[in-house]
Design a protein around this ligand. Structure first.
Ligand code: GYE
Length: 323
């Protein structure tokens, strides 16, 4: 395991360390610094790709020996990866739980092995919050609210019912549950706004396209698509265009994330509003990891700051967008 005496050394030499430690010593912890096991959700979206890159780049910059695994959106794979990190006696485990439920057993195993766990991006619903040190990520309910508030305002001048179809994220995932909840709470302010269909597109472009095709077949009067991420919104655009309709005009589209492809579609008027969700969590994660490994106190919750964009604003910021 990582020795406390390394901490000061690391703090002083973080910037000088470029290569990751070999992690070949018997204890699993590298002499060069912290060893982190990171169990990623998958590579389902542009957001996820940017998030993975941020974590890998930040680990390198901080001299953290990163053991990285991609669970391909399967909880069982994530559990396997976490168990293998426990076995390797890494200094800290971080992961982005694909779904909220079902983590208590493996988290208890990490706790019993004295390996601190950091939740990044998504949370778990475990009643025992001592199973992890902190949760770093966005406020997904707030994101859903921002999306709903925009629609309430945008449709204030329109009379009559407005039919919304919802493309949900991965079933059981925190961002899918919370973005739905926040959006529903916000649109309750206007009785004309109704969600007429709601299904999961699994946060992927192909999922969004497929589900939207079915929605277009079943529901003749769709006014608005609310997609829990850009990728599903982009898939929906393909389906809408294939059905001979104009995305952004015949059917308005609201999404969450603000990755480059989403922002491009927004600047072209194919998407009408995007709520930002910041994937660049790597640096904060490495800072928190150094602290928990050193036995320092960290806040139980670290919320990332984010905004939202209209097409005009997208045009302004597109060129300087990092992801
Ligand atoms: O919005 C979506 C990704 O957990 C915040 O997961 C993340 C979400 C993100 O697949 O694009």
């Amino acid at each position: 395991m990582f020795k406390k005496s390394f901490v000061t050394v690391i703090a002083a030499t973080t910037l000088a360390l470029t290569a990751c430690g070999g992690g070949s010593d018997a204890g699993g912890g590298s002499d060069d610094g912290i060893t982190m096991g990171f169990a990623q959700v998958g590579a389902e979206s542009g957001w996820r790709t940017a998030n993975t890159k941020s974590i890998q780049d930040s680990a390198k910059a901080a001299g953290v020996d990163l053991k990285f695994s991609d669970a391909q959106q399967k909880q069982e794979n994530q559990i396997k990866a976490i168990r293998s990190y426990i076995q390797q006696q890494v200094d800290v485990i971080a992961f982005s739980p694909v779904v909220e439920s079902g983590w208590d057993t493996v988290l208890k195993e990490a706790k019993d092995a004295d390996i601190p766990v950091i939740l990044t991006d998504r949370s778990v619903d475990s009643a025992d919050t001592s199973l992890y040190k902190t949760f770093l990520g966005s406020d997904f309910v707030e994101e859903g609210k921002k999306a709903g508030d925009w629609l309430v305002e945008d449709s204030a001048s329109t009379d009559g019912p407005i039919n919304i179809v919802e493309l949900q994220g991965t079933t059981g995932a925190a961002p899918a549950i919370d973005r739905k909840e926040g959006f529903e709470a916000a649109i309750a302010a206007d009785p004309d706004l109704t969600i007429v269909e709601s299904q999961t597109g699994d946060f992927t472009r192909s999922g969004g396209k497929q589900v939207m095709e079915a929605f277009l077949k079943n529901t003749p009067d769709i006014d608005v698509v609310y997609a829990h991420n850009d990728d599903m919104g982009l898939g929906a655009i393909e389906a809408i265009e294939a059905a001979g309709k104009v995305p952004g005009k015949d059917i308005k589209i609201i999404t969450v994330d603000a990755v480059k492809d989403g922002m491009t579609a927004l600047s072209e008027g194919k998407i009408n509003y995007i709520v930002e969700c910041n994937p660049l969590l790597g640096e904060q994660l490495m800072d928190l990891a150094a602290k928990v490994v050193a036995g320092e106190e960290v806040p139980a919750r670290v919320v990332t700051e984010e905004s939202a964009f209209t097409p005009e604003q997208a045009k302004e910021v597109l060129a300087s967008r990092e992801y």
